[in-house]
Design a protein around this ligand. Structure first.
Ligand SMILES: Cc1cc2nc3c(=O)[nH]c(=O)nc-3n(C[C@H](O)[C@H](O)[C@H](O)COP(=O)(O)OP(=O)(O)OC[C@H]3O[C@@H](n4cnc5c(N)ncnc54)[C@H](O)[C@@H]3O)c2cc1C
Ligand code: FES
Length: 289
């Protein structure tokens, strides 16, 4: 059963202290294609706020030489589900490289290293917010908790726009559709599900459809090009846009400087600590890979 969120996500509100722990794998589910859902139990899990992430070990502890691969991988906390005592965690991921391949091979009872919750969460809602959430590929994993929380905004509305290359790349659609009062739309590049084209085309159409710009806000997570375009489309309509960046990370808590993102005001921001959530206007998009 899915756990009701307990954690705050208002600006300036305290977020739970991160924990460094061994997470016991409960199951790894095949979600079709390269998509996987891992459920883990973390004793003493402190809760999280929408937009935060964990650094999770690449595969079970001791299953591979610890230099192969050495680094854990950043993964959004998709949601909490009812566990025994404290809630269990779900993470949605796509098998791409060595780390996620090893993680996908974890079995029930294996222990993976985990540090979290980490990062600065999404800001609190504006009054009566019309939230338009845009998720590209695995980026949807970062916005599920946000969608749930925004359904509780008085006089507000929540739309979620999914984008993927093809139907087989979509993840989590059924979970979002199961949320009360969330309107889900899908765009696939090959037209195999939903409308044919880019999710940012869906966004442009949604914003052109007489939205109240004083109450609307766009939230985007996915490939850099998609987030950048989403920010441009939102700006054209005078609507604010918040993004969650997915830069490579080595440590996840501000030590290695490997995740630095260029800022429009000059200098860099650490995605793991100042982010992953940023106002789109604060990001120097041309400097991101
Ligand atoms: C906050 C956040 C949340 C995320 N949430 C999700 C999620 O929920 N689901 C999901 O599927 N993906 C998510 N991602 C993306 C995910 O972390 C990457 O896709 C993942 O690291 C890929 O690992 P891999 O083992 O598949 O690939 P690999 O190919 O093994 O590793 C990734 C590549 O990055 C390189 N690399 C690793 N660290 C660094 C570094 N510090 N500097 C430079 N290069 C480096 C590796 O050498 C390698 O080439 C998230 C990323 C961030 C930052
Ligand atoms: S990942 Fe090490 S400083 Fe951000």
């Amino acid at each position: 059963m899915v756990k009701t969120p307990r954690s705050p996500s208002g600006p300036g509100e305290p977020v739970p202290e991160p924990l460094r722990a061994g997470a016991t794998v409960l199951e790894v589910l095949d979600e079709g294609g390269a998509n996987r859902r891992i459920r883990v139990r973390v004793e003493g899990w402190p809760g999280f706020a929408a937009g935060q992430f964990v650094m999770i070990g690449a595969g079970p502890v001791m299953a591979a030489p610890r230099t192969d691969p050495l680094l854990p991988r950043p993964m959004a906390i998709y949601r909490e589900i009812d566990g025994s005592g404290s809630p269990d965690l779900e993470i949605l991921f796509k098998v791409g490289g060595r780390g996620t391949a090893l993680l996908s091979e974890a079995r029930a009872g294996d222990v993976v290293s985990l540090v979290g919750p980490l990062g600065t969460p999404f800001p609190g809602a504006i009054p009566g917010e019309q939230a338009i959430l845009v998720g590209g590929g695995t980026g949807v994993a970062s916005i599920y908790q946000l969608a749930r929380e925004r359904t509780r905004v008085r006089d507000g509305s929540v739309s979620v726009l999914f984008g993927a290359r093809s139907a087989g790349d979509l993840m989590g659609v059924d979970d979002f559709e199961a949320l009360d009062a969330v309107a889900v739309s899908i765009a696939t590049e090959d037209g195999s599900r939903g409308s044919s084209g880019l999710v940012t085309d869906l966004l442009a159409a949604a914003l052109a459809d007489g939205i109240d710009s004083s109450r609307a806000r766009v939230y985007a997570c996915g490939p850099v090009g998609m987030m950048r375009r989403a920010a441009e489309v939102a700006k054209t309509h005078g609507i604010g846009c918040v993004v969650s960046l997915e830069n490579h990370m080595a440590c996840g808590f501000g030590v290695c400087l490997g995740c630095a993102a260029p800022l429009s005001a000059g200098g860099f921001g650490l995605v793991c600590r100042e982010g992953p959530v940023f106002d789109a206007e604060a990001v120097a998009w041309e400097g991101l890979p």
